[in-house]
Design a protein around this ligand. Structure first.
Ligand SMILES: NC(=O)c1ccc[n+]([C@@H]2O[C@H](COP(=O)([O-])OP(=O)(O)OC[C@H]3O[C@@H](n4cnc5c(N)ncnc54)[C@H](OP(=O)(O)O)[C@@H]3O)[C@@H](O)[C@H]2O)c1
Length: 358
């Protein structure tokens, strides 16, 4: 099989580095071009990821893949789109708007940025949760007269929440959600929070994060009807915090459902979704989409972040919540740079490729 030729844009950043490692020896996709800002353009990859003191800042652990070391980082304008089949965009959101618009005129773009998430003809996709929303990409293409489209993933804090609410929404109906996040340092990107700011500390505010979680969760769990997504009718409140954890977001969730669901029923439900996952068989899919723990000491970031190669969402502490009618509470863990961004974007590309959209 000829592999699809892909470019990674924003290849020097936190998510860009995850793309580099997750696309190494990928059976369907081959990285043939890479790009970042003017600051990095023209440098080989190793030079481009050096920090201000000249130290190679490779933040994803393990060895830097050989294939990328001597590749030259291009300026966006120097990418040869005629030699590409797909673009993975991991660019900071303000810059992403113009870049993704330009790329989508010619090519499919899978994005981790928020630049296009809130447009009516743009689905926010999580493979295994709302695959059917991908039909909206055809409308988008027509509306904008593009040869390609932009398919964004959600914000990495939305990902775990939407994934864990999906089975509850399908089977029991979700009415209200209250969530407090404990988000990893790497979620802020390579220049997100300083070591002095986060060590021995918790930061109780992440700009724009809470609004994103509320809007995105309702859109993802909504229904695609007559070429439009009708948001799910769920009331959501959340507080997003940054904690001294390197990778992986933990969230404490309280849910009101239409029908009472206890811990045993929830366990059965998540296990049944594991057996019927639409992502089963895709190269980046985990063996288990959900890991459910009865052990009240789980989930813990250090124990969960490598489960399923960072693609499994972990649920624990599932208990009745007396404050709500039909209340349930739980803790979840989701890896922000794996399922929540780069590897999730690759899983999305695999799902769309299988559907014939790439
Ligand atoms: N970190 C996460 O866990 C996470 C999770 C989900 C989604 N996201 C989203 O993913 C995107 C990337 O996040 P990140 O954490 O990887 O950020 P980051 O570490 O700050 O990296 C940003 C990347 O964008 C490039 N860039 C910035 N301005 C550019 C421009 N004008 N033209 C071309 N490239 C430009 C940078 O290149 P230089 O190195 O050359 O400056 C760098 O490669 C963001 O939109 C973020 O919101 C992040």
């Amino acid at each position: 099989m000829d592999k699809k030729r892909v470019a990674i844009i924003g290849v020097t950043g936190a998510v860009g580095q995850e793309f580099v490692i997750s696309l190494e020896n990928h059976p369907w996709f081959e990285v043939t071009q890479i790009a970042a800002s003017e600051r990095s353009a023209g440098k080989n990859y190793l030079d481009a990821i050096k920090d201000a003191s000249g130290i190679i800042a490779w933040d994803v652990g393990g060895d830097i893949p050989e294939y990328i070391k001597s590749m030259t980082v291009k300026k966006i304008d120097d990418l040869d789109v005629s030699q590409l089949d797909l673009v993975f965009s991991a660019v900071e959101s303000v810059a992403a708007r113009d870049i993704e618009t330009k790329m989508a005129a010619d090519l499919p773009v899978i994005s981790t940025s928020s630049a296009y998430r809130y447009e009516d003809d743009v689905p926010i996709l999580i493979p295994g949760v709302n695959d059917e929303h991908s039909e909206l990409l055809e409308t988008q293409k027509k509306n904008r007269n593009w040869k390609g489209w932009v398919a964004p993933l959600p914000n990495c804090t939305t990902t775990g929440l939407a994934i864990t609410l999906k089975p509850l929404q399908d089977k029991y109906g979700v009415k209200k959600v209250m969530m407090t996040s404990m988000q990893a340092i790497s979620g802020g990107g390579k220049s997100g929070v300083s070591a002095m700011g986060i060590t021995d500390n918790i930061i109780p505010y992440i700009p724009k994060e809470e609004e994103k979680v509320k809007i995105e969760t309702k859109k993802i769990l909504g229904k695609l009807k007559d070429g439009k997504i009708e948001d799910a009718d769920i009331k959501i409140s959340c507080t997003c915090t940054r904690v001294p954890v390197i990778d992986g977001h933990t969230e404490s969730v309280f849910v009101e459902t239409s029908e009472y669901v206890d811990s045993a029923k929830a366990k059965e439900l998540y296990n049944s979704y594991n057996q019927n996952s639409s992502v089963e068989g895709l190269p980046s899919a985990p063996k288990k989409y959900y890991a459910f723990h009865d052990d009240p000491t789980r989930p813990q970031p250090r124990m969960e972040r490598s489960v399923g190669g960072g693609m499994t969402t972990t649920i624990g502490r599932v208990e009745k919540e007396e404050l709500f009618d039909n209340g349930l509470k739980y803790m979840l863990f989701s890896h922000n740079k794996k399922m929540g961004s780069a590897k999730g974007a690759i899983l999305l590309a695999e799902m769309l490729y299988k559907k014939g959209k790439i």
